[in-house]
Design a protein around this ligand. Structure first.
Ligand SMILES: [Zn+2]
Length: 617
């Protein structure tokens, strides 16, 4: 580490020159110029150009200069960055580049912030610029609580599948819409990160939680050039802001592992979503830990000696949670026996939980359940979570995720995915009822984090010896699928009726397809001895045909992949009027803070934002 003075850090004055008006076209033009600078590998400013913050939101500020550059100037609205943030920058020479970093900073006042960074390089003076926006708004009618429902990968078509199977149609009209579809506010949300048009669940949930873009596999951070997945400049999440500034409780429930991308992004800051051991331990190391953590993922909480553990140390995090006053549940029966007076850790499987189909519908499928025969559903977990969180008079934030809607589309099993969409919707229906009975002061947001390229192309009926593509029916021949729900539980009694839907996938590896429900779940593709992706011969043995995929065969990608399609957001309750039209995914964060009327200047930031020397190699 080198001293700030020896590297020539001074306040800058030439930043004043960069004081243009902020019309949209100028922002766009500015953005294009930024892109050119970045491509030269010259100076990188983090947060990136066009970032938006809530006033008082904490973040780490980092400028990366090329190696051997000197005489740095970093300014904001014409003043030195150190003066604006009231802190000295930490300068670290990594050999590959030089980092200028000021951790745990904030913009107190709303408005435009124009950042300039310059340095003397080998080929003359280098310069980069970025423009930020800082906002703080208040909804006219304020929410006390927020429940954010994430239908992971629930594209518009995945949601429609839920509607068709759960509600059915007659006379060409739907008998009913899903509960989530009854909400008054509707918006289309774009999903890209700042690195790529197609996102993953870490990156996209990070946008919802921080109001800032990130990159694939990252959450709560901007990506810097060092390899360390835990040293990237952080951006504070909504849960961190609400718990410190309003003393609200928060928690997360999911049908995936609790350390998986979506629940993890509520709190975690890491460049690599795979750091699940770190994420599990990080829940507890917080000044304001989540009051409720429920889902799968016990393998990241058990000490390494325990069979099935994925930890690399002796820490028994379940015991550590208990020592901090948490109740623990490992089964649905245990969960039901807990009261809402104390915080809860619930871990019901080693990794992701089983889907509704295997858990409740075909529960004798012991090969699939692997002994975990007493798992709660998303509704059980959400209800219990609210019973804990609602004890806080300051309100709560709950994230509830239908995680397997996505995971089952990756394995091209739309029937299993759809039964989980129905379970997700029934959980939302309960939450709507809860909001109505509790002063109607809960903002409920339902949104997918990204889409899958699936499409309902017609129906499928095997008759007269026709199977496979010959049994796909389109236009007037399609008629109607024959799903029935005689017991009125919202789920079709038979997932594999005489006439089913023809669901096609736009983003798939080579695979065998027969359009039918698979009682035994299988993966669509596998790799051969040379590592090339090939169709899984075990899939769809009856009447299947080989469908040539459209994904590369040499990248090892054996799953169906996410698409860049926009997703639908539905909302109700105080502040829901914010959500309409076409919105960037980062706006979900701003809608939540606006609904709660947050003053983010209050309270002490999380431990992760208090370190003044966070730069380690
Ligand atoms: Zn996914």
């Amino acid at each position: 580490m080198l001293g700030a003075l020896s590297m020539g850090i001074t306040s800058t004055h030439d930043a004043v020159a960069f004081a243009a008006a902020s019309s949209i076209s100028q922002v766009a033009e500015f953005h294009n110029r930024m892109q050119e600078t970045a491509d030269n590998g010259a100076i990188t400013i983090l947060p990136i150009n066009r970032a938006k913050f809530w006033a008082g939101q904490r973040f780490d500020f980092e400028v990366e200069f090329p190696k051997n550059s000197t005489n740095f100037n970093v300014g904001i609205n014409g003043e030195g960055a150190e003066k604006v943030f009231g802190k000295k920058a930490i300068i670290t020479d990594y050999g590959t580049h030089i980092s200028y970093r000021i951790n745990n900073v904030t913009f107190d006042k709303i408005g435009e912030k124009r950042v300039t960074a310059s340095a003397s390089g080998l080929s003359g003076r280098l310069q980069a610029k970025a423009a930020y926006t800082v906002v703080q708004e208040k909804a006219r009618r304020r929410a006390k609580n927020v429940i954010l429902f994430i239908g992971d990968g629930m594209s518009m078509q995945a949601k429609e599948l839920g509607r068709i199977l759960s509600k059915g149609l007659s006379n060409g009209k739907f008998n009913d819409v899903l509960s989530m579809e009854k909400m008054p506010s509707l918006a289309l949300v774009t999903t890209s990160g700042y690195d790529s048009i197609v996102t993953d669940s870490a990156n996209s949930m990070s946008a919802y939680m921080t109001g800032n873009k990130s990159v694939v596999n990252a959450m709560g951070v901007y990506e810097n050039r060092t390899k360390d997945p835990l040293d990237d400049p952080k951006v504070e999440t909504a849960a961190e802001i609400l718990s410190r500034s309003k003393k609200m409780s928060y928690g997360m429930v999911t049908t995936a592992a609790v350390t998986d991308a979506t629940p993890a992004a509520v709190t975690a800051h890491t460049r690599r979503r795979g750091e699940q051991n770190y994420i599990a331990a990080d829940f507890l190391s917080r000044r304001n830990p989540p009051k409720v953590v429920m889902g799968g993922g016990a393998q990241f909480f058990l000490p390494l000696q325990t069979p099935g553990s994925k930890r690399k140390d002796d820490r028994n995090l379940i015991q550590e949670f208990k020592d901090k006053g948490y109740q623990f549940a490992g089964t649905k029966t245990e969960l039901n026996a807990l009261n809402g007076d104390q915080p809860i850790l619930g871990l019901f499987t080693m990794n992701h939980m089983n889907v509704y189909m295997d858990r409740e519908f075909l529960p004798k499928n012991s090969k699939v359940l692997k002994g975990f025969t007493d798992q709660p559903g998303l509704l059980d977990m959400t209800k219990k979570a609210v019973s804990v969180l609602e004890k806080n008079p300051n309100g709560f934030f709950l994230m509830s995720e239908g995680g397997s809607i996505d995971k089952q589309l990756h394995t091209m099993d739309w029937q299993r995915s759809t039964y989980d969409t129905i379970e997700f919707d029934q959980t939302i229906e309960w939450a709507q009822d809860y909001a109505k009975k509790h002063n109607d002061d809960t903002l409920i947001i339902v949104v997918a984090d990204h889409a899958h390229g699936i499409s309902i192309s017609g129906t499928y009926k095997e008759e007269n010896g026709k199977t496979g593509r010959e049994a796909v029916r389109v236009y007037g021949d399609a008629k109607w699928p024959t799903f029935v729900d005689e017991n009125h539980d919202g789920y079709p009694d038979n997932p594999d009726p005489d006439v089913t839907l023809a669901v096609q996938y736009a983003n798939a590896p080579d695979h065998y397809e027969n359009y039918r429900f698979q009682p035994e779940p299988t993966v669509p593709a596998t790799t051969d001895a040379k590592g090339n992706v090939i169709a899984n011969p075990k899939r769809a043995p009856k009447g299947a045909r080989l469908v040539q995929g459209d994904l590369p065969t040499t990248t090892g990608e054996t799953s169906e992949c996410h698409s860049a399609d926009d997703v639908v957001l539905m909302a109700q309750g105080p502040g829901s009027e914010y959500f309409h039209g076409v919105m960037d995914n980062t706006e979900v964060f701003f809608g939540i803070l606006r609904a709660l009327g947050v003053d983010a200047h209050k309270g002490t930031p999380e431990v992760s934002f208090t370190s003044e020397s966070g730069d380690s190699k």
